[in-house]
Every structure is written in structure tokens, then in C-alpha cells.
Design a protein around this ligand. Structure first.
Ligand code: TTP
Ligand code: MG
Length: 389
């Protein structure tokens, strides 16, 4: 069996980079995307690397960002534009393999194992994709290549921004073993603390520990991190059209208590999920919201919708209800939204749609199309629509 070749692509400071690209005056400056008035409520979607030097990061309240970086340039979120760019980069990926798993607008796994005969080595494909994104989209991406998903993602992060790292069997130990344990998938703050208490600080430390001991300490999670520390990860790249669900979650760098920030973030997650559902011409019936509190306690709540949907308005209305049920006011560490019970056929669904909803469906599709083509903010999506309700 030939070794798998996985490429992980993650755009650098995505929303901010798009804004800097489209307005050269912003290049080299601290740009914060999230809202044009940082004295008002709102949350940072992302910050340019120049702004990160001031301690500004995603999911931080805008006011806090403004306190840390008053000289920053604050811009509203222009989702339609970022979606258009996202579509452009995904179109490039799909030229090299159908096995593209979208993680978010700016991040994907590509399984190029079978593409090498046609396009050359995975490394060559990776270089080509990076170069095409630079030339055709005028943005930088960080690329990681390895023999599984875990290592490919780790690799893309090692030299961010504008990184290009290949992890293979020969450099695996040198590159991966010195990294801190929290870089292992599944290690949150609580497990990190416990690992530290046991004297395990790096991935190499975990690799050296006995798997039985780790299992005793952490159960299945212990086995899993042991496998990862050995560079073993069998998870397949699942293209969205074969997926059982479409979801997105965010781990906040600092725990969040501000409900406004949480709802704004929920909205961002829903926008991403809705767009990806529509891009793949699929509908979902079940919405799940996940909230993880600071102490690592995790709650999920899900609801069946009256009918299938891929519309942000409908997903958000349900997600907000679920969130309100779940949220008890404690600091939140992670927030996630998933839509599941997917159907991919269009025809069967239509007869269940009412007139009104058909119109909205058509509108959403046309809007997506126009956004992809022209990238203009043609219609106010979910938020605006929600207010009317
Ligand atoms: P990320 O890839 O996490 O961040 P980034 O691309 O801005 O920066 P980098 O990868 O170089 O570290 O997220 C991609 C986009 O998703 C980001 O540009 C904005 C959006 N986003 C939010 O809106 N809220 C969030 O909390 C996060 C993490 C991202
Ligand atoms: Mg990114």
C-alpha cells in the first residue's frame, strides 16, 4: 500500500489579508476585522499579523482590541467577499483532487495520494497550489504536507504565515517531538494541566510514556494521544458531499462571558455552515450547538427542524434557541454549530417547500452565485433578516 499524502491549506489572517489586498494603503498596518466602530459591542473576526503584535486576536471583544491597539484600522466583516475568495481557492484545490475536506472558508485538507501520477509529487502539488493562490488570488496560504491529517495540519502551522512545511518519516521526530502537548488533537486545557502534573510537557514526552499508563490516566483519550505522538492518525479526508454533517467550532483564546460576543460568534459559525451546505447542494434536518465551559465541561443540545434547510436564518434561529437553553452564564471556552441528517437531492425536497421559502431558497442561491461572481454585498443576510422577524 502506498503511503497517503495529505495537504493541509490554511490562509494567513484570512479576512484581514483580503482587506489588505483590496486596499494597498492597509498593507503593513494593524488591521482588525470585526466592526468599523471598536468602541461599540462586537467581536474580532481576525487581525492582521501586524495587529497581533499588540495582542489582538480572533474572538476578542472589539473594545478590548481597541484598548490594546488604538492605532488599528477597524473594518466591518464583508462575508460575501471572503466567500467569493474562498470559492476561488477551493476551485483551485478541486483541480488537483476531488478529495477536498472543507474545514472552514479558509482551511482544507486535500488527499492527493492518487493525484501524484498526474500532477507530480505531493510536494510539487503543494508548491503549485501555493503559487497559484499567490498569483491568481493575490493572497498567501500556509501549506503543510504529510502522511496523515494530524501531521499535515501541524505542518501548515509551523511556519505561518506564508509557510511551507513537509513532515515525513525522516524529520517527524525532529519537528514534532519538541512541540508542547497541547498541539495534540484532543488535548484541552484540563488534559494539558494533568499531563504537566505527570511531567509530560512535550509530544516527545508522551511518545516516551507507556501507552498502558496513558490509558490508565486518560482512558481512550490517552490511547489517542499516544498514537498521535507516534505520528499515527488514520482519519480519512472526507469530502463534504460524503460527510454526515457540516459543522464549525471555535475555541476562544480567552474564555468569553459576554453574551453578545457569543451570539455574534454563533452567527459567524452559522454563516460558514450555511454557505458550505449550499455550496454542496445539501440540506440538513438537525442542528446541534456545543458549548464548552472554562472547566472543560461540555454540553451539547440538538433539535430537529420542522424541515430540512440550508438557510442561515433558519439555522441561526434554532441555534440561538439551543444556545440560550444551554448557556448558564459561565465563561465559555468553545462554541460550535453542526448541521446533520443531510440530504443531497434537490428534487424530492422542493414539494415540501412553501412558496415563501422557495423564494428565500432561490434568493440565497442567486446571492451566493452573484457573490461568487462579483463579490458585492448584494443582500443583507441572516442578521438583517432576523431583525425583521
Ligand atoms: P483562522 O484560519 O483561524 O485565522 P486566520 O486565517 O485569520 O489567521 P491564521 O490562519 O493566519 O492564524 O480563521 C479563518 C477566518 O475565520 C478568519 O480570517 C476570520 C474567521 N474567524 C472568525 O470570524 N472568528 C474566529 O473566532 C476565528 C478563529 C476565525
Ligand atoms: Mg487561516
Amino acid at each position: 500500500m502506498s503511503e497517503r499524502k495529505i495537504i493541509h491549506v490554511d490562509m494567513d489572517a484570512f479576512y484581514a489579508a483580503v482587506e489588505q489586498r483590496d486596499n494597498p494603503e492597509l498593507k503593513g498596518k494593524p488591521v482588525v476585522v470585526g466592526g468599523s466602530d471598536p468602541t461599540r459591542r462586537g467581536v474580532v473576526s481576525t487581525a492582521s499579523y501586524e495587529a497581533r503584535k499588540f495582542g489582538v486576536h480572533s474572538a476578542m471583544p472589539l473594545r478590548e482590541a481597541y484598548r490594546r491597539c488604538p492605532e488599528g484600522i477597524y473594518l466591518p466583516v464583508n462575508m460575501s467577499k471572503y466567500r467569493r475568495v474562498s470559492q476561488q481557492i477551493f476551485d483551485i484545490f478541486l483541480e488537483y483532487t476531488p478529495l477536498v475536506e472543507n474545514i472552514s472558508l479558509d482551511e482544507a485538507f486535500l488527499d492527493v495520494t492518487g493525484s501524484q501520477r498526474l500532477f507530480g509529487s505531493a510536494e510539487k502539488i503543494g508548491r503549485e497550489i501555493k503559487e497559484r493562490i499567490r498569483k491568481e488570488v493575490n493572497l498567501t496560504a500556509s501549506i503543510g504536507i504529510s502522511y496523515n491529517k494530524f501531521l499535515a495540519k501541524l505542518a501548515s502551522d509551523l511556519e505561518k504565515p506564508d509557510g511551507f512545511v513537509v513532515i515525513d518519516r525522516s524529520n517527524f521526530k525532529r519537528l514534532v517531538h519538541p512541540l508542547p502537548v497541547k498541539r495534540l488533537w484532543g488535548v484541552g486545557s484540563r488534559m494539558e494541566e494533568k499531563l504537566h502534573a505527570l511531567g509530560l510537557r512535550t509530544i516527545g514526552d508522551v511518545a516516551q510514556a507507556s501507552p498502558l499508563y496513558l490509558k490508565k490516566q486518560f482512558g481512550v483519550a490517552g490511547e489517542q494521544i499516544y498514537m498521535l505522538s507516534q505520528g499515527i492518525d488514520d482519519r480519512p479526508v472526507v469530502p463534504e458531499r460524503e460527510a454526515k454533517s457540516v459543522g464549525r467550532e471555535i475555541t476562544f483564546p480567552d474564555d468569553v462571558v459576554d453574551e453578545e460576543v457569543l451570539l455574534a460568534t454563533l452567527m459567524q459559525l452559522v454563516e460558514d455552515v450555511g454557505f458550505r451546505l449550499r455550496r454542496n447542494k445539501c440540506w440538513g434536518r438537525c442542528v446541534t450547538v456545543k458549548v464548552r465551559y472554562a472547566g472543560f465541561e461540555t454540553h451539547t443540545r440538538q433539535a430537529q427542524l420542522f424541515r430540512q434547510t440550508n438557510l442561515e436564518t433558519e439555522i441561526y434561529t434554532e441555534a440561538k434557541k439551543l444556545f440560550t437553553h444551554l448557556y448558564d452564564g459561565r465563561p465559555v471556552r468553545l462554541l460550535g454549530v453542526t448541521v446533520s441528517q443531510l440530504t443531497f437531492s434537490e428534487e424530492q425536497q422542493l414539494e415540501f417547500f412553501e412558496q415563501e421559502r422557495q423564494k428565500e431558497q432561490a434568493l440565497a442561491e442567486v446571492t451566493d452565485l452573484l457573490r461568487q461572481k462579483y463579490g458585492r454585498p448584494l443582500v443583507m443576510r441572516a442578521r438583517g433578516l432576523e431583525r425583521k422577524e
